[in-house]
Structure formats: structure tokens, C-alpha cells
Design a binder for this molecule. Structure first.
Ligand code: PMH
Length: 385
């Protein structure tokens, strides 16, 4: 297999770059042509790999990137990404000069922030800003027309500052009931209506809103989860107008295979007892890789067959009950397809009683990410070596 030689423990994630590209294109096809696609690549592109996803998204038609905080934006710059990057979260006003130097767009979420930013910004700097309006998410953002007008004035009277965009974020766009969503949208329209002049980029939609609410697109959308091939919620999954392809998969190889006699035990606490003579395989993945203890009992695919994790999951290893004896080195797929059988991210999210967003995010950086295009390995991100 091609992945040999790139890392020295047989556990790795794969990111299908064709799927990322296809998802961006499918979503773009669903949007009017003049709506910009802002690819949300925060949290290391939801665990997929920031610069790799950024490049694939830009190639497929995204025109801008968004991250949560400035270090993530700087990481993209360090990796050679020159596209526009918007920081969605709060940055410290003391750090505005670094943003200006690197051409990173910051979010204005409070009048006081702007006052402080103006005090420290160098005389010859140029800083692009997007104003964030809090229309009901209750996280960060300007909440009144008075404060919005004050922010607009503070920006307009300062030639070092340029109002490049304005946006809000929805709390319930992924729900079928659109009552709260409609209120947020109406408030956003009312707030931006109070500006003297609309900035060039106006955006409000995450994946769910971009796909389900044509009335909320303005001239840009911020798409995260759908780009990775995942539905924003199980509630709207059946109604999504585009076909999404999961990009993330997770694999390991059996490092030890053995037969246990009836009554023999497995793992910490010796809580699992072989009910009969069974074949047991050990996988080199554990909770320190994000394959947390709650996944005990979850199945993995070996030769296309579902094999459950037995006993407690350890820090770096876990054990599975095999359908029969299989050779050491056999691939076990923890997320993804194998011989016509699939374990989806949604299945893992359900087992963990969480949302699909969380699953690739929690697969820790010690699991190398391998990038595939047309079936070929085109890149590797191993944070350890
Ligand atoms: N815009 C903002 C401000 C966001 O916080 C997010 C996701 C997105 C766009 C993209 O949303 P999507 O992935 O649903 O398309 N933010 C988060 C979050 O803070 N927790 O979960 C998702």
C-alpha cells in the first residue's frame, strides 16, 4: 500500500480531495453565480487539514476562507495560502498590526474593540474588517443600531480601516422549524438597512441556510460542514438539495491477532470475558487519538464485516472481536467504506451522542492525515514527524 513509509504506526485518516472539490462544486451549482463561496476551514478544516482543504476549495470555486482565530489564519499564510482569510472569532485589538501586515480580515464585534484597535494600529496600516451582528446567536456581535452606526463611523473616519463586509450567524438554520431563523434574518436585514452604505460582502448563511434558505444568501455564504460531505443536522438531511460525499475516513491495521478461550478477559478492568472460543485483534488506536472510551462496543470493518470493539479502549490501542482468524496487517476501517459496507461519521456521532461536526474534529493530530486524489496519495500531514 502507498501509505507505507510515510509514518510508522498503522493508524491513519484519509481525506478524499475529489469529494471536497465535488461538494464545493455541487453547492456552488445550487447557488446563484454571483454568490461568493466562503470556505470555513477553522479547527484545521474540521479536522481534515487546513491548507489542503483550503487549496481544494479554492480550486473548486471558493473565493475566500474563514477561520476561528488569528493563529489559524497565520497558519494558512505560513503554508502559502494567499487568498482572503476572514477571522470569525474575537481577535485581541493589540494584534491588529499583524493582521494588517498579513492581509487577514478581522471581525468587529464591539464598539470598544474598534476604539482600542484604532489606538494601536500603525499609521500606514490598512486593515480590512467585517462587522458581526448578533441577531440571536448570543455569542459575539453588535446588538443595536446605535452601536452599529458608531462602528460604521469609527471605520469610515479612519483611512487605515476599510469596511469590507458585514455578517451574522444563525442559531437554528439546521432545524425544520424556521420561526427563530426568520426572526434573525429579519433583524439582520433591519440592521444592515441602517448603514449609510453596504460593504461589498454581505453574508449570513452557514451550510444549512445556504442550502435551505435562498432568501438568506445575500452575496456570500460561509460553508463548513457540507463542504466536508456531511449534513448540518439529521433533521434536514433528507431534504438537502445536493448530494454530499463524505471526505474523511479512518483506518488502522491489526497488529496482533490471537485466539482466546472461553472465559479469558480483555483490557483494563478485565471487564470483557470471551463467551466462547473467539478470535481477537488488536488495533493501534486509542483514546489519545480521539477514539474515546465511549466508543467501546462500536463496530469497525474488517474484510467488509462488522467487528465490535471489546473491553475498554486504552490510550493507544483497542481490541476487536474478529469474525474469524485474519492475518496481522489486515486493514480495519473505523470510518469509511470497505467491501460494500460503510461506517459513516453519522454512525459514530450517534454512538457518541453528539453531532457529526465533532467526530473528525476530535480525531487528534497524532493521527496522520493522508490526502487522496483520483485514488492516488497526493499528500500527507503527520504532525509528529
Ligand atoms: N460561520 C460561522 C460564524 C460559524 O461559526 C460556522 C460554524 C460556520 C459559518 C459554518 O457552519 P457550517 O459548518 O454549519 O456550515 N461554526 C460552528 C461552531 O461554532 N460550532 O459548530 C459549528
Amino acid at each position: 500500500m502507498e501509505e507505507q513509509g510515510f509514518f510508522y504506526r498503522d493508524t491513519w485518516a484519509e481525506v478524499d480531495m475529489d469529494h471536497i472539490g465535488a461538494n464545493v462544486e455541487a453547492i456552488r451549482c445550487h447557488l446563484p453565480e454571483d454568490v461568493e463561496f466562503i470556505a470555513v476551514v477553522k479547527a484545521n478544516a474540521y479536522g481534515h487539514g487546513d491548507s489542503q482543504v483550503a487549496e481544494a476549495a479554492l480550486k473548486a470555486g471558493a473565493s475566500m476562507l474563514a477561520v476561528a482565530f488569528m493563529d489559524e489564519a497565520l497558519a494558512l499564510r505560513k503554508k502559502g495560502i494567499t487568498a482572503s482569510v476572514l477571522v470569525l472569532g474575537a481577535s485581541r485589538p493589540e494584534d491588529v498590526n499583524i493582521a494588517a501586515e498579513e492581509g487577514i480580515i478581522l471581525t468587529v464585534f464591539q464598539e470598544d474593540w474598534l476604539v482600542k484597535a484604532r489606538e494601536v494600529l500603525k499609521a500606514d496600516a490598512l486593515l480590512l474588517l467585517h462587522i458581526k451582528i448578533d441577531t440571536g446567536m448570543g455569542r459575539i456581535g453588535i446588538r443595536t443600531v446605535r452601536e452599529l452606526k458608531a462602528a460604521e463611523q469609527l471605520i469610515n473616519e479612519d483611512e487605515r480601516l476599510q469596511l469590507h463586509g458585514i455578517y451574522t450567524h444563525y442559531a437554528t438554520a439546521d432545524e425544520r422549524d424556521d420561526t427563530y431563523f426568520t426572526k434573525q434574518l429579519a433583524l439582520f436585514k433591519e440592521m444592515i438597512g441602517a448603514l449609510d452604505k453596504l460593504p461589498p460582502v454581505v453574508h449570513s448563511s452557514n451550510s444549512a441556510a445556504a442550502l435551505m434558505h435562498a432568501d438568506a444568501r445575500f452575496n456570500a455564504v460561509r460553508v463548513g460542514i457540507a463542504m466536508y460531505g456531511l449534513a448540518p443536522s439529521m433533521e434536514i438531511a433528507p431534504e438537502l438539495p445536493v448530494e454530499l460525499k463524505e471526505a474523511f475516513s479512518l483506518h488502522s491495521r491489526l497488529v496482533h491477532v490471537k485466539k482466546l478461550e472461553k472465559g479469558e478477559k480483555v483490557s483494563y478492568g478485565a471487564t470483557y470475558e470471551a463467551p466462547e472460543e473467539i478470535w481477537v485483534g488488536t488495533l493501534p488506536i486509542g483514546y489519545a487519538d480521539g477514539w474515546i472510551r465511549k466508543l467501546q462496543g462500536q463496530e469497525v470493518l474488517v474484510d467488509g464485516k462488522r467487528s465490535p470493539i471489546i473491553g475498554r479502549i486504552c490510550m493507544d490501542q483497542c481490541m476487536i472481536r474478529l469474525p474469524q482468524e485474519v492475518p496481522v496487517g489486515t486493514i480495519a476501517t473505523l470510518i469509511g467504506h470497505q467491501d460494500g459496507e460503510t461506517i459513516s461519521i453519522n454512525e459514530i456521532a450517534k454512538k457518541l451522542e453528539t453531532i457529526n461536526y465533532e467526530v473528525p474534529c476530535i480525531i487528534s493530530s497524532r493521527v496522520p492525515r493522508l490526502y487522496r486524489q483520483d485514488g492516488e496519495v497526493v499528500g500527507l500531514n503527520n504532525s509528529l514527524l
